[in-house]
Design a protein. Structure first.
Length: 178
């Protein structure tokens, strides 16, 4: 989404669930609405379950219609008005092609800023799903929550045995909006 709008969302409202995992504290699927300051919404979904269609999808919704990042545009009535017909590359393969090309040509690819912002967007959506509250971008940036241990050492890792319950477990100490 960062490359489409060139900015971060102002708010995320998400949901998800822990469906089949026997251990751990992460959800098996998420659905998040990212809201932007210009009224645009992007709906992002992902599922991580063995034996299921585990597609990731993002859809941008505006007043005149919607666009999915798989190359389709629809008008407000839901009629498809455009489909990308050009060549397609698997993004996971393309990132390796770009990396090898950068090494061979000596021209580095620097996506540190985009990677950091995308990671923060993912944390924002995840925390909204975990807490059951909308999370504001400014609150996320102002948060002092620590997502890792206070000290790092080799050895056993203490895992939280159950997934968060929205509305009950409030997760990291973020200031949230409703």
């Amino acid at each position: 989404m960062l490359w489409v709008l060139g900015k971060t969302p102002v708010k995320a409202t998400g949901m998800g669930a822990h469906a089949r995992r026997r251990t751990g504290d992460q959800y098996d699927f998420f659905s998040v609405d990212y809201e932007y300051d210009n009224g645009v919404h992007m709906h992002s979904t992902i599922r991580q379950l063995n034996g299921c269609a585990n597609e990731r999808q993002e859809v941008i919704v505006g007043s005149k219609g919607s666009a999915s990042l798989d190359g389709l545009i629809y008008d407000a009535a839901g009629k498809r008005t455009w489909k990308y017909e050009g060549p397609t590359n698997d993004p996971l393969v393309q990132e390796h092609v770009d990396w090898v090309t950068a090494i061979r040509t000596g021209k580095p690819v620097n996506t540190v800023k985009e990677t950091a912002l995308a990671t923060l967007m993912a944390i924002m959506g995840r925390d909204s799903a975990y807490t059951g509250k909308a999370i504001a971008w400014d609150d996320l940036l102002a948060s002092t929550a620590r997502l890792g241990p206070t000290e790092y050492a080799l050895g056993p890792v203490a895992l939280k045995p159950v997934a968060p319950v929205p509305g009950v477990d409030q997760g990291p100490p973020l200031t949230t909006t409703t």
